[in-house]
Design a protein around this ligand. Structure first.
Ligand SMILES: *[C@@H]1O[C@H](CO)[C@@H](O)[C@H](O)[C@H]1NC(C)=O
Ligand SMILES: *[C@@H]1O[C@H](CO)[C@@H](O)[C@H](O)[C@H]1NC(C)=O
Length: 405
């Protein structure tokens, strides 16, 4: 009986994740459609499939070639590079990875051939004041494990799945280095969600492969996934990461100091390895990150009677007891970044919005209506920190005090 209910809850959580990732695909799809139909074509940057990938055995989940979109820098930005790692959840089972392999998150056969460069990727100085003329690269996510899977974990039977995330990262780094990045004077690795986590995982590798005298820093957006139990007290996120790490052999890419000390899958959580990153890091994270509320704190498996359905859709719908739980989530985030707050080189913009991925959308990155703390947009805050114009340790007051959300 106990085993049956365990299996049942596992099924619940799997379908839950599938629904979450399908929903994400839908959101991304409709967003890109929206962008396509409303913005002018000058934002669009075409896809390049990686030329180094095949020799290095770097493939998407389905065996197709990985790719990126490259916009060449100019003028004062010609020796500056900004790499953006795309996000889109993870897959933790053969079934969920096989379904993903039939989408643009697991196969370049489904990639759009052009994407819009917005927010931190924009070439418009009014939208992207500090980085608009840098070399900018949007690296597509098609491995399902934050660019950190290893082929040793692949099955030797007819299950046709490639776990090559780490190789994709290395192949594309190689390729960009040979395209001029090896002479970079300034560089930023960034990314959102699963790509924000990948940013932290690969931050020191990025630093170590660029010239010693270059100014190299990392900006993780919406990538600080917390190891907290869900509202029923179950370790939903921890067991999910355990399954991702085990399935795809991710432990080899994780911080080895951490892996030596604890269960490797725990080292997927930034709170466990942030202090070991040698390169300066900036965290952009919403304290009421909607993805984490929907999938970490209140996954469907923890809300069988759908009491949270409305609140999960919009924080304005939450009742007092639900708000108490959400404020508790914010407090856990504050605890987890407490040590980082003391770090000399680190920076942060922790706003109290109900959002997720704020750097790649013009409206939240830098616009007259975007979220601000101390009257600074995210773009201005990241710029102030990157160029050492000032210390940036911005933490918003709890919801709903900031009206700029
Ligand atoms: C391949 O091996 C894996 C791991 O042992 C197993 O879970 C899976 O079901 C196998 N697939 C097939 C098609 O036999
Ligand atoms: C906030 O910043 C904007 C422009 O960045 C400026 O025009 C405005 O006066 C500032 N507001 C306050 C209250 O300082």
């Amino acid at each position: 009986m106990a085993i049956r209910s365990l299996q049942r809850s596992k099924l619940w959580s799997e379908s839950n994740w599938l629904v979450a990732s399908l929903r994400l695909v839908l959101i991304v799809y409709s967003l890109s459609f929206f962008v396509d139909s409303t913005s002018d074509r000058s934002n669009m940057v075409r896809l390049t499939l990686s030329s180094k990938a095949k020799d290095r055995g770097a493939f998407c989940l389905d065996g197709s070639l990985p790719g990126y979109h490259f916009h060449k820098g100019s003028g004062s930005g010609s020796k500056s590079w900004l790499l953006f790692l795309e996000g889109g959840g993870w897959c933790d089972t053969i079934e969920s990875c096989s379904s993903r392999a039939m989408t643009s998150l697991g196969s370049s056969n489904y990639f759009k051939h052009e994407v819009a460069f917005l927010g931190v990727l924009s070439s418009d100085p009014s939208q992207n004041p500090d980085f608009f003329n840098w070399n900018r690269v949007n690296i597509r996510y098609c491995d399902g494990a934050s660019f950190a899977g290893h082929p040793e974990a692949e099955f030797k039977n007819e299950t046709q799945l490639f776990f090559r995330g780490q190789l994709i990262w290395e192949a594309i780094m190689d390729e960009l280095l040979s395209m001029g990045m090896s002479h970079a004077k300034q560089a930023i690795l960034t990314g959102c969600s699963a790509g924000g986590l990948a940013t932290l995982i690969h931050c020191d590798y990025f630093r170590d492969h660029l010239p010693k005298d270059a100014s190299v820093k990392c900006v993780s957006d919406g990538g600080f996934f917390l190891n907290v139990p869900d509202v029923l007290g179950n370790p939903t996120m921890e067991s999910f990461y355990h399954d991702v790490v085990t399935l795809q052999g991710v432990d080899k890419s994780l911080d080895q100091n951490c892996v030596a000390k604890t269960e490797p899958s725990k080292c997927m959580f930034p709170q466990e390895f942030l202090k070991n990153i040698r390169t300066p890091v900036f965290l952009v994270n919403a304290a009421y990150d909607f993805w984490q509320i929907q999938n970490v704190l209140v996954p469907n498996s923890a809300d069988p009677d759908k009491r949270w359905a409305m609140c999960k859709l919009n924080i304005q719908n939450c009742d007092a007891s639900q708000m108490k739980v959400l404020h508790g989530f914010r407090s856990s985030l504050m605890d987890a970044i407490g040590g980082f707050h003391q770090s000399k080189d680190g920076g942060m913009f922790i706003n109290s919005c109900n959002s997720h991925c704020q750097t790649s959308i013009t409206e939240s990155w830098h616009s007259p209506t975007s979220t601000r703390i101390e009257n600074k947009t995210i773009a201005e805050s990241v710029g102030d920190w990157y160029f050492n114009r000032k210390q940036v340790k911005l933490i918003d007051c709890p919801y709903p005090c900031n009206t700029s959300c």
